[in-house]
Design a protein around this ligand. Structure first.
Ligand code: G4P
Length: 526
């Protein structure tokens, strides 16, 4: 049997992120195709929420239901075990994506060659940067006309604030797209539109090989040589260490739909991408190779069947081996739990598993035990850090409309917040509850679920807020003075931390100016 170290070294746990429509689902599917996890393209149900459904969130939940199976896709590729963690495409569920990023060791970013860097990509990259997550970029849809590849590289550097290094290079694009030259392997891959199969490569000795001229014509071969010379002149040689330190992002070009340029990406990915890394807990750094099991919950997925309220908690194994039917400590409650039916996620199947290794995700049936961020151990008091709460972008007062059901409402709100559906703040001035979300849809989800799962009814009342910021200062007197001055706008989050509810950017700026001793945080992890 392979040792724990070997199991760790062969694992690659990552997420694919992109702005909706750049090609994340298509690329995921093609990676599964290479891994032999599926045999025909089109087999993966899109986890993305269709544009047409934005006002019909039940439809969205149905689609999210499908996504339980595809939330984590594990498959073997050569000697590697790959885990792709899927992230919801819809921006109203961005918070889910942020949290998923805490459970990955690296990221592949997909960018549409015609559209370049879009808003969602920029935001997600900020999260990667905060966490120093290594990224590889895949520029997609080269079978269509798009921007000049050199312009795309400049844009990636500027917008994503990271140095880039192309490791493959396209020969034309759109109708004239002929293929990609693999700078990393120094070979040539000729383009043949094909949605199902892998295209053939042309063996070449080096960039001056006349085989290139024979394959793509003398003019394009010359242009390729000029481009490569320019690239080698402008961009420093690729360094895996710089990539692992998140200082440089290698860039690949291709067309996911045509299964083109994807194998180059995957082969390079498994070779350079990090295996499970040490994880920082509040108490200490946890090494994946430690003998004892530790892990944390980064996602809770509710079953939408109202008659059967159950959830799956997704636990990332950080160290040791998780065994079925063994007792583990749930650190927050201090209680011990045994799990008889943990599930592994292989391709699209869910199956009971006996042993789970670092880097893998295990699904645990949850009847209300877990909360996002919870730690499981063999007894040690450990708290994993790094599950950030971002300042929500939309706020509403939540009001109870059925006084007979106050208890149900409170319980429902608490549990939905544990699942990470939204954030709850209690205004200290009027004691009213404020729900903060990143999108309008979440309010609808909460209202519907409270009614159908808890029998509680609520109504939303508008509140005009710009941002919620967590405040902190070494100077207690200043902090107290600030809280007195802003007492109408002070709230507590669920952990009892002070939150300032700024109603405009101007007010926030003034507060920052008037109280230089106070730090205003836009995420709750600091
Ligand atoms: P997403 O998960 O990032 O939201 O994107 P998804 O893969 O669903 O791709 C969005 C659209 O872009 C899809 O078309 C998909 O077929 C197309 N696409 C993906 N890769 C390529 C590519 O390399 N070249 C071209 N030309 N198109 C590509 P759709 O019409 O929105 O959906 P569908 O009906 O094809 O599923």
């Amino acid at each position: 049997m392979a040792s724990l170290t070997q199991e760790i070294q062969k694992r690659r746990t990552f997420a694919i992120i992109s702005h909706p429509d750049a090609g994340k689902t298509t690329l995921t599917e093609k990676l599964l195709l290479f891994g032999g996890a599926i045999h025909v393209a089109g087999a993966v149900k899109s986890n993305k929420i269709k544009k047409t459904a934005t006002s019909d969130w039940m439809e969205i939940e149905k689609q999210r239901g499908i996504s339980v199976a595809t939330s984590v896709m594990g498959f073997n590729y050569g000697d590697y075990k790959i885990n792709i963690l899927d992230t919801p495409g819809h921006q109203d569920f961005a918070e889910d994506t942020y949290r998923t990023l805490t459970a990955v060791d690296s990221v592949i970013i997909v960018v549409d060659v015609a559209k370049g860097v879009e808003t969602q990509t920029r935001k997600l990259m900020e999260v990667c940067r905060m966490r120093n997550t290594p990224v590889i970029i895949f520029v997609n849809k080269l079978d269509r006309e798009g921007r000049d590849p050199f312009d795309i590289l400049d844009e990636l550097e500027q917008e994503l604030k990271i140095s880039v290094r192309p490791l493959s290079w396209p020969i034309n694009m759109g109708a004239h797209f002929k293929g990609v030259y693999n700078i990393y392997e120094r070979d040539l891959n000729l383009f043949k539109p094909d949605k199902q199969h892998v295209t053939e490569r042309v063996e070449i000795k080096d960039i001056n090989d006349p085989a290139i001229d024979a394959a793509v014509g003398a003019d394009d071969a010359q242009k390729l040589r000029d481009d490569i010379e320019l690239i080698d002149g402008v961009y420093p040689e690729f360094s895996t260490l710089d990539y692992l330190d998140a200082r440089v992002a290698p860039v690949f070009f291709g067309s996911a739909l045509n299964t083109f340029g994807v194998k180059e990406l995957l082969d390079c990915f498994v070779r350079i991408a990090p295996s499970p890394k040490p994880v920082q807990a509040v108490e200490r750094i946890v090494e994946p190779g430690e003998e004892k099991f530790t892990g944390f919950v980064f996602k809770i997925h509710a079953n939408m069947d109202p008659n059967h309220r159950s959830c799956i908690a997704f636990v990332k194994v950080c160290s040791g081996v998780f065994h079925r039917n063994e007792n583990y400590k749930h650190v927050r409650s201090g209680k011990s739990y045994r799990f008889s039916a943990p599930t592994a996620f292989m391709a699209q199947r869910k199956e009971i598993i006996d042993d789970v290794f670092p880097g893998d995700i295990v699904g645990l049936p949850d009847n209300g035990i877990f909360k996002i961020g919870d730690t499981l151990t063999e007894g040690e008091e450990l708290h994993f850090k790094g599950l950030p709460c971002f300042s929500p972008e939309m706020f509403k007062y939540i009001e109870n409309t059925d006084p007979m059901k106050t208890k149900q409402l409170n319980k429902g709100v608490e549990q939905l917040m544990d699942e990470g559906v939204a954030q709850l703040f209690v205004n200290q001035f009027n004691n009213r509850k404020i729900i903060g979300t990143v999108g309008q849809l979440q309010f609808e989800v909460i209202q519907y679920r409270l009614l159908h799962e808890y029998g509680a009814q609520c109504r939303w009342e508008p509140i005009h807020l710009y941002k919620a910021c967590w405040i902190e200062s070494d100077n207690d007197d200043t902090l107290e003075a600030f809280k007195r001055r802003k007492h109408q706008f002070m709230a507590l989050d669920r952990e009892g931390r002070d939150v300032f509810l700024a109603d405009s950017s101007y007010v926030l700026q003034m507060a920052q100016q008037d109280f230089p001793d106070i730090t205003f945080h836009f995420t709750s992890e600091f």
